[in-house]
Each structure stands twice: as structure tokens, then as C-alpha cells.
Write a protein that binds this ligand. Structure first.
Ligand SMILES: Cc1ncc(COP(=O)(O)O)c(C=O)c1O
Length: 356
């Protein structure tokens, strides 16, 4: 296979070791004469693999006691509804920060379940920054943040604290989980679709502090009840075993290269290189406020007018793929998730220089 660099925002690049292992497992898993896709999720080998994956999550993110780790389906999008369904009573209030399209979707999905207070919004500035002033409710059950805004390229580098002493943070970490060290104890619930930093699409990670559950009165369908998934160890129904195996291999790779701490350094170095180039190259500029820039998704545009499709073709011919900005913002976007090697960023920087 010729080497390309895939800058897609998700599903996105996976390490070669993950592709090799999942390809092999789809033919035969652990010399058992069967594909992993053909095996019962209740067989010992599959159950052991899922347990191992959970323990890798706990180890790599240093998940404290009192938290459950779940592998669910329905993507981060289902979590937008499942969170308020399980945590927000009809007469209660939750605070939401509006920092991009995904936050806005989370807000919309929460509204049927209780009072939703939008504590801040950068929509008026095309989501080019993370608001620093929050108008929180005194009694909010939780404060929701989207830790990294995939489309606009902003990131919470410091998380806000809920003003309600009994409140807790809820975070959509779909596009930056495992990319930086996080103090999990600051959060009541963290969720993330796998398909950016964790593995293939089809599985969603949920990390939930167990004392926040069981407090709302409404009837909730079993598939959407966290406690039922906890009681059944993520096996209430048939889980997406292949996707979980992709997560397993990705986390093993992450551990091998030094875990989240080493990854934080690596990602910092990659982002710095790219932002420096955007700053010093007269052809390009960033519209995102400097202190809020994402280490994962780097949108940029032409400094003056230019033919975007020409630059995209120029990159494409060098094997630099999927650099088109999101359809709602245009321009370019380089997603430089964990599995994007520094050499990929170097190749992009060189292409920007040569183009200029
Ligand atoms: C920050 C964020 N939240 C949620 C989603 C939606 O995730 P899913 O497709 O897993 O529902 C995405 C997808 O790109 C995302 O980037």
C-alpha cells in the first residue's frame, strides 16, 4: 500500500499495528479457527478481551475508584439524549456551553428532558473561541462541555468548575479523548465516540461516576439506562465486538509508546509545528483565537483569496488526503489525532511552503 497521510476528522487514521491486528482477527482470532466476527460475545476469549479493554481504559486514563467504564452503541449522538434522560429530572436544570455544532446538538437533544440553560455561546463569532464568562445556574445538576470542537478547531484547555457544589461536569470528549492527561475526578460523566482517537466507529466509551445515577424518576428504556449496562458489564445486548477489539489494539499501541503523557507531548509538538507554519506562511491564516486553539483539529484558510481546490489537489498529489474544511466553514482542516505521525505534519508543512 502506498503511504498516504489521512487528515480526516473522523473516522480517521489508525496506527498500522491496529489495522494489522484487526485484519488478522477478522480472519482468525487467537488461532481458534474462527473469525472474531463469528464468535459469541459470551465466549471466554471475547469476554476476556472486553475486560482487558476496560482495564486499559482505566489504566491509561487513571480512572479513580467509583467510576464505571462502558462500551455502548449509538455514537456520541445517542449520549446527547441518554445523559439528560438518566441525569436530569423534568423540573431540574442543566447548564450547557455552546461552543460548536456538536454542543448545539447536545443542547437540542437535552431540551425535552428538563430545563436547559445555555451558560455561554460563541456562535455569534462563528465559534472562533471558547467563552471565558459562564452564566451558570445556582442549582444546575451538571455543566456540559464539548472538550474539543472538531469542526471549528477550538478546545477547552482549562475546564470550568460547576458553581453548584453538588453539580458535576459532563464532557463530550469524542475528538480528544486519550490525547492529553485529564483529571477524571473533575467529571461526573465523560463520553466519546471511538472513531477519532480510540478505534473504528461503532462503539462509544462512557465513563460515569456511579453516585450520580438512579436519581431521576422517569421510566427509561433498558437500552438507555446506564445502570443496566453497568450491571451487565456492557453486555446487556450483543456489543460491537470488532470495534471494541479495534479500541483494545489502539490502547495497547498507546501504552507501548508511553501512554497519555507521552501522547500529550507528541501532540503538542505536532500542533506547534502546524500553527507556526500557518502563522509565518503568508498564504495562510487561522481564524481561531490563539489561546483556544485545538491540538487535534487545525482549520485554516487562505490569507488572501485563492483557489481552494487547487491547494487541495496539490496536497492530494503528495498523498496528503482529506484536508478540506467542514462544509459549514470551508477552507482547510488538518485533523492531527494521536495516530497521525509527526512525519505527516512535516509533510503538510512542506507542502504549504512549496505551495507558497
Ligand atoms: C465532538 C463530537 N461530538 C459528537 C460527534 C458525533 O459523534 P457520533 O457520530 O459518534 O454520534 C462528533 C462527530 O464528529 C464530534 O466530533
Amino acid at each position: 500500500m502506498s503511504k498516504i497521510y489521512n487528515f480526516s476528522a473522523g473516522p480517521s487514521v489508525l496506527d498500522q499495528s491496529v489495522l494489522d491486528a484487526t485484519a488478522q482477527a477478522s480472519i482468525e482470532f487467537k488461532s481458534l479457527g474462527m473469525s472474531l466476527m463469528e464468535m459469541s460475545h459470551r465466549s471466554k476469549h471475547v469476554m476476556d478481551m472486553v475486560v482487558e479493554t476496560e482495564s486499559m481504559v482505566r489504566e491509561l486514563l487513571e480512572v479513580p475508584d467509583g467510576y464505571d467504564v462502558l462500551f455502548l452503541q449509538g455514537g456520541a449522538s445517542l449520549q446527547f439524549a441518554m445523559i439528560p434522560m438518566n441525569l436530569l429530572g423534568k423540573k431540574q436544570t442543566a447548564d450547557y456551553t455552546d461552543t460548536g455544532k456538536w454542543s448545539a446538538k447536545a443542547i437540542k437533544e437535552a431540551q425535552p428532558f428538563g430545563n436547559v440553560n445555555v451558560a455561554c455561546s460563541s456562535k455569534g463569532d462563528v465559534y472562533n473561541h471558547i467563552p471565558k464568562e459562564l452564566n451558570q445556574s445556582q442549582n444546575a445538576i451538571y455543566l456540559h462541555v464539548t472538550s474539543n470542537n472538531t469542526i471549528y478547531g477550538t478546545q477547552w484547555h482549562e475546564f470550568p468548575n460547576p458553581i453548584n457544589p453538588n453539580g458535576f461536569l459532563v464532557a463530550d470528549m469524542s475528538s480528544d479523548i486519550f490525547s492529553r492527561s485529564i483529571d477524571i475526578s473533575k467529571f461526573g460523566l465523560i463520553y466519546a465516540g471511538a472513531q477519532k482517537n480510540m478505534g473504528p466507529a461503532g462503539v462509544t466509551l462512557v465513563i460515569v461516576r456511579n453516585d450520580i445515577l438512579g436519581k431521576v424518576e422517569r421510566k427509561i428504556p433498558s437500552m438507555m439506562t446506564y445502570q443496566i449496562h453497568i450491571d451487565n458489564k456492557s453486555m446487556f445486548n450483543t456489543p460491537p465486538v470488532m470495534s471494541i477489539y479495534g479500541v483494545n489494539r489502539t490502547l495497547n499501541w498507546l501504552k507501548k509508546i508511553g501512554g497519555v503523557k507521552a501522547m500529550t507531548e507528541r501532540n503538542g509538538k505536532k500542533a506547534k509545528k502546524l500553527y507556526n507554519e500557518i502563522k509565518q506562511n503568508p498564504s495562510f491564516k487561522s481564524l481561531i483565537r490563539e489561546e483556544d486553539r485545538s491540538y487535534m483539529n487545525v482549520p485554516f484558510i487562505f490569507a488572501n483569496r485563492g483557489d481552494e481546490s487547487e491547494f487541495l489537489s496539490f496536497c492530494d498529489s503528495r498523498g496528503l488526503k482529506n484536508l478540506k474544511g467542514h462544509r459549514s466553514v470551508g477552507g482547510f482542516r488538518a485533523s492531527i489525532y494521536n495516530a497521525m505521525p509527526e512525519a505527516g505534519v512535516d509533510a503538510l508543512v512542506k507542502a504549504m511552503r512549496d505551495y507558497q
